[in-house]
Design a protein around this ligand. Structure first.
Ligand SMILES: C[S@@+](CC[C@H](N)C(=O)[O-])C[C@H]1O[C@@H](n2cnc3c(N)ncnc32)[C@H](O)[C@@H]1O
Length: 299
């Protein structure tokens, strides 16, 4: 019975996160249906979905069908159910790359980093957090909901990404300015921050205690700018250097190893650390993901 309840919850979470169909637990569902041929299980799954909706389920399905059949539509809504209750909803692009950027979708590493944050509250709670290349905002929204930062600075450089990010913050009741309240957690800011050109002065003004980034190591041409920024972040803050955590999928080992070599050459040490122990958000994990912490080499 407990097994069945877990199966229902998985379907519910996957449905709202628009997870692809292939990783769903079809085998387990088939096993359950073979044990009990009444339509009750299917009805229970539909009911679970219904519980989350204000509209009748038929309308939900009609809306979904409309979205799927509308080839012109580039956007969708994804809702991630949070382990402690509540949810984060984002508008994202359907395509992985659109409007010339990879920043309009949430990537696996962003979800993994959010899960890792939930297991490492000490790195976020009461601290100023700067996120680099934050994309549409999933990681930061989950951190703001669950990790109580004193201030959370979302940053990216692409105009469409920043526009979408602001819309997603509004959608989740976390517009810029004091958010407060049981849900909000802290003060949220959005910064246009380009790794290539950000100044030391700007980083000092932000005054981050913790700096995080996910899926930012993917284009060899971006690495020099990113490494320059990371080295600046570690050296210009006072009195203490911030803690810096980078979460990366290992898609191309050559690019990833080149990043590590460029860090070393810039005097930045990296230590591979344990990633999130438990997957609590609903997504299909396809790549190996590595978490690393960066520190400045002492002379
Ligand atoms: C693959 S996406 C990752 C988005 C998000 N962190 C996630 O994990 O879902 C890479 C992000 O880095 C941003 N980015 C790329 N080059 C950048 C630069 N020079 N300065 C700031 N952000 C940059 C992109 O706009 C994009 O949002």
């Amino acid at each position: 019975m407990e097994d069945r309840a877990a199966l229902l919850s998985t379907f519910q979470a996957s449905f709202f996160a628009m997870t692809r169909l292939s990783p769903l637990h079809w085998e387990r569902l088939r096993g359950e249906l073979e044990k009990d041929k009444s339509p009750e299980l299917i009805a229970a799954i539909l009911k679970k979905l219904e519980q989350m909706c204000l509209e009748p389920l038929d309308e939900l399905y009609e809306g979904l069908a409309g979205v799927l059949s509308d080839q012109k539509s580039e956007d969708c809504y994804k809702t991630y159910l949070l382990p402690g209750g509540g949810a984060v909803t984002l508008t994202e692009s359907v395509a992985l790359v659109s409007q010339g950027t990879t920043g309009l979708v949430t990537w696996e590493a962003g979800l993994h980093l959010a899960e890792w944050a939930g297991e490492h509250l000490e790195a976020f709670s009461g601290r100023v957090v700067l996120e680099l290349g934050c994309g549409v905002g999933l990681t930061g929204l989950v951190v703001c909901r669950g990790c109580s930062p004193s201030r959370y600075v979302f940053s990216d450089f692409h105009p469409s990404v920043l526009r979408r990010l602001r819309a997603n913050l509004e959608l989740n009741g976390l517009g810029e300015g004091p958010a407060g309240g049981a849900d909000g957690g802290g003060v949220v800011r959005v910064e246009e921050l380009d790794w290539e050109s950000v100044s030391e002065e700007r980083l000092r003004e932000i005054g981050a205690d913790t700096v995080i980034a996910s899926d930012v190591v993917y284009d060899p041409d971006l690495l020099p700018g990113l490494v320059r920024l990371l080295s600046l972040v570690l050296s210009c803050s006072s009195p203490e250097a911030p803690q810096v955590f980078i979460c990366s999928p290992i898609r191309n080992p050559d690019t990833y190893n080149s990043f590590k070599r460029q860090l070393e050459a810039a005097g930045v040490g990296h230590e591979v650390i344990r990633g999130a122990g438990r997957q609590v958000l609903s997504y299909h994990r396809a790549s190996a993901i590595e978490m690393m912490q960066l520190t400045l080499h002492t002379q």
